[in-house]
Every structure is written in structure tokens, then in C-alpha cells.
Design a protein around this ligand. Structure first.
Ligand SMILES: Cc1cc2nc3c(=O)[nH]c(=O)nc-3n(C[C@H](O)[C@H](O)[C@H](O)COP(=O)(O)OP(=O)(O)OC[C@H]3O[C@@H](n4cnc5c(N)ncnc54)[C@H](O)[C@@H]3O)c2cc1C
Ligand SMILES: *[C@@H]1O[C@H](CO)[C@@H](O)[C@H](O)[C@H]1NC(C)=O
Ligand SMILES: *[C@@H]1O[C@H](CO)[C@@H](O)[C@H](O)[C@H]1NC(C)=O
Ligand SMILES: *[C@@H]1O[C@H](CO)[C@@H](O)[C@H](O)[C@H]1NC(C)=O
Length: 351
């Protein structure tokens, strides 16, 4: 039974799919296969490098808005019920734009974000045209994925296997496997089979600092830059400063010129960083698994070599929003195979 459902990838996207399925009772049917597991660090594993926060940065298309809304509601509940263990918390947030965002985007945010308020021009930095405040969710990204990893194994009986798959077909090696979720993030470009040419990395550099005086999120969305300050929950005063959105850049190196620019931009945006001061602990770079046209959440059927039918659900390309949109994406991914799951439930109950 343990291999009926295989999830390839143990980033936040794969873990979110596992969580949703586990909550529906399928935990013992799931094996997660991944080259990197929570606790690892690698440039090919994006999830531990995220800020992370819920932000209005995502696109304005219907999918993105729906995934955001679901993700926000779910994470708000998690922050209230298991905030300490999950390292996730509610935090006041201030976001500013150099150019007006679309009305659809603003309406959607106003509809569900808690304590949402449009700021008056006199309350936002010079050069900005629009600003809002609301209650955001901040996530200690590396610890949150470790939390999910623990809950999935201990509470729900999900199995994890460390393995780099040579192709997606290899996930069907076990004859009992009915469905494979393809949650490989940047693996998109390289995984043999069919390479997705629309996938590309968007590099970010961030600074991990200690500045316990900072208890709110602040971000400024520019035309060609992103500046943000995000306190990390359950971290004794760590704050993430960013950042960059470099399309198509895939180096894991960090650059001191970029660190300097981050310090300059963030301290201008939030001078409190300098009183009494902050300690820079490290610089990191991470690659957001982006995709032309947005994330791909889609079911496809393939014919396997032994002429079995293989069902794959693609779920990758979350870009800069895997933490906030991941649960919404997972809901669509799981919804795409409801028929397979209900057959599985019937088999399970016959055993
Ligand atoms: C600097 C920075 C800040 C960010 N801030 C935020 C934020 O504030 N909020 C937010 O929502 N998002 C944020 N993001 C984006 C977020 O981190 C990503 O959207 C998310 O981590 C993507 O998760 P993933 O599971 O798709 O990919 P990954 O985390 O990269 O996971 C991919 C998984 O697939 C496995 N894999 C790949 N190929 C194979 C193979 N062939 N065989 C076996 N396993 C394989 C890998 O080993 C890994 O387990 C940020 C990203 C960066 C870089
Ligand atoms: C990351 O993945 C790429 C593409 O598969 C590979 O060439 C590179 O060696 C990997 N880097 C590390 C550090 O694992
Ligand atoms: C804040 O959130 C947005 C969207 O989720 C993300 O793109 C951005 O990188 C985040 N900032 C940090 C520091 O993680
Ligand atoms: C699995 O997803 C990757 C992206 O992560 C994609 O490149 C590849 O084509 C997918 N595999 C198949 C068999 O479609």
C-alpha cells in the first residue's frame, strides 16, 4: 500500500501535497522520493532559502489569487493553533509600490487579508504610489519544512526515501504505484523525460541578520527591484533582508556588492534596523523555480514501458510564492486525481 502514491520532491510543494493527502487519510499510502530532504542545504533545493512571508507580490491572474487566498487562510489557522512548533506567526506587514498594482489585485487582497488597510500617501515612503498594511504570516522556512517532515512521518505514517530519480518514469518502478506527483521545482529543466523549456530560475540573494528590535515586515516593490525586511519566527531575533529577483540567473554564489545594496536599501526603508543596530550573520542565495505563464498544476497520463498507464500530476513552477501558494496548488493537484483516490479508498477498506 505504501507506494500507491509517490510524490517526487520534498520541498514545500511536495510536502504540502503530502499534508493535504495525509489529512484525508492517505498517509500510509504515500512515499515521498527526493534527492534533498528537510534539513539539507543545496542550491538545488530552494525551500530552505525562503524568507518567508505572505506578500502581495504574486501575480494577478485567477489561479494565483485563488491559491494565495487558500494558503493565507490555512496558514493563519496554523499560526493560531501550532505557531510555536511550526515556526510560523502572524506579523504586521507594510508593503509599498513604486507603481500602482492592478485593481483586481487590490480588491482580492482587501477581501481576505486580516486588518487590511490602504495607507495614505503621507504615510508611505517618498517615490511610492501605493501602500497597504495588513497582518501577514511569516514563516521560518527551514524549520517549517522540518516541522512538516516530522508531522508527516510521526503523525501520518508517510514514508520518505532519499533518492535522485533518473527520470519521472522511474517513480513508477513499484507496480502498486497508481499516481505520481511531480514536485521537482527547478528539477523542471533537467529531469530527463520531457524538459520543460518554460521553467527557469529566478535568483535571490538574502542576508540573515540579528536585529531583535524588528517585529514587523516591510517591503517595497519596485519596477526592477524588491526590497524587504522579514523577521523570522522562533529564531531569537533573526531578520531576513533582501533582495533580488534575477530572471534566468542560476549561480549559488553570493556577492558582496549585492549584500551592500541590500543593507543600503533596507536601512533606508526601515531606519530602525540601525537602532541599536543589526549583526549580519550570513549571505545566502536561492533559486526560485519560476515558469513562463505561472505554475503548472496539471494531470497527464503516460504509457509506461511495461504498457501500464501512469498518471502524473505536475505541480511545479511556484516561483517566489511556494510557501504562500503551495497549499492552494496542492488542493488543485489532489483534486485532479479524485477518481484515483476514491478507488484507492475502496481498495483500502476492502483490506
Ligand atoms: C530568497 C528567496 C526568498 C523567498 N521567499 C519566499 C516567501 O517569502 N514566500 C514564499 O511563498 N516563497 C518564497 N520563496 C519561494 C519559495 O522558496 C519557492 O517557491 C519554493 O521553495 C519552491 O518549492 P519546491 O518544492 O517547488 O522546490 P524545492 O524546494 O527546490 O524542492 C524540490 C525538490 O525536488 C527534489 N528533486 C528535484 N529533482 C529530483 C530528481 N530528479 N529526483 C529526486 N528528487 C528531485 C529536490 O531534491 C527537492 O526535494 C523564496 C525563494 C527565495 C530563493
Ligand atoms: C544542481 O543541479 C544541476 C543540474 O542538475 C547540476 O548540474 C549541479 O551539479 C547541481 N549542483 C549541486 C551543488 O548539486
Ligand atoms: C516575501 O514574500 C514574497 C512572496 O511570497 C517573496 O517573493 C519574497 O521573496 C519574500 N521575501 C523574503 C525575504 O522571503
Ligand atoms: C516532471 O516535471 C518536470 C518539472 O519539474 C518536467 O520537466 C518533466 O517534463 C516532468 N516529467 C514528465 C514525464 O512530464
Amino acid at each position: 500500500m505504501g507506494r500507491s502514491i509517490v510524490i517526487v520532491g520534498a520541498g514545500v510543494i511536495g510536502l504540502d501535497v503530502a499534508l493535504l493527502l495525509a489529512e484525508q487519510g492517505y498517509g500510509p499510502c504515500i512515499t515521498v522520493v527526493a534527492e534533498h530532504l528537510p534539513g539539507d542545504t543545496s542550491i538545488n533545493y530552494t525551500s530552505p532559502w525562503a524568507g518567508a512571508n505572505f506578500s502581495a507580490i504574486s501575480g494577478g491572474d485567477a489561479n494565483a489569487l485563488r491559491w494565495d487566498k487558500y494558503g493565507y487562510e490555512h496558514m493563519l489557522k496554523l499560526a493560531e493553533e501550532h505557531g510555536t512548533e511550526a515556526c510560523i506567526s502572524k506579523t504586521p506587514s507594510f508593503e509599498y509600490w513604486d507603481e500602482l498594482p492592478s485593481p483586481t489585485k487590490i480588491e482580492s487582497m482587501a477581501e481576505y487579508l486580516k486588518d487590511f488597510r490602504i495607507l495614505s500617501l503621507s504615510d508611505i515612503p517618498e517615490g511610492c504610489q501605493f501602500g497597504v498594511s495588513f497582518t501577514t504570516i511569516t514563516v521560518n522556512a527551514p524549520r517549517y519544512i522540518q516541522y512538516l517532515y516530522g508531522v508527516l512521518q510521526e503523525q501520518y505514517g508517510v514514508q520518505f526515501v532519499r533518492r535522485k530519480l533518473p527520470s519521472i518514469e522511474a517513480a513508477f518502478t513499484d507496480v502498486s504505484t497508481k499516481v505520481v506527483f511531480n514536485c521537482t521545482g527547478n528539477g523542471a529543466r533537467h529531469l530527463p523525460g520531457v524538459e520543460d523549456v518554460r521553467s527557469y530560475p529566478t535568483r535571490g540573494q538574502i542576508l540573515l541578520t540579528r536585529a531583535p528590535q524588528i517585529v514587523k515586515n516591510v517591503m517595497r516593490h519596485g519596477k526592477d527591484y524588491e526590497t524587504y525586511i522579514i523577521p523570522r519566527p522562533q529564531s531569537s531575533g533573526n531578520v531576513i533582508l533582501g533582495g533580488y529577483m534575477q530572471k534566468g540567473v542560476s549561480t549559488g554564489d553570493t556577492f558582496s556588492s549585492e549584500s551592500d545594496s541590500i543593507v543600503e536599501r533596507t536601512t533606508t526603508l526601515l531606519p530602525e534596523l540601525l537602532t541599536p543596530g543589526m549583526e549580519i550573520l550570513a549571505a545566502f542565495s536561492g533559486l526560485r523555480p519560476s515558469r513562463e505563464g505561472g505554475a503548472r498544476v496539471e494531470r497527464t497520463n503516460i504509457q509506461l514501458e511495461d504498457s501500464r498507464d501512469g498518471i502524473i500530476v505536475h505541480n511545479y513552477g511556484a516561483g517566489g510564492t511556494g510557501f504562500q501558494a503551495g497549499l492552494g496548488m496542492a488542493r488543485d493537484a489532489v483534486g485532479a486525481v479524485e477518481d484515483v483516490l476514491s478507488r484507492l479508498s475502496r481498495e483500502k477498506s476492502r483490506l
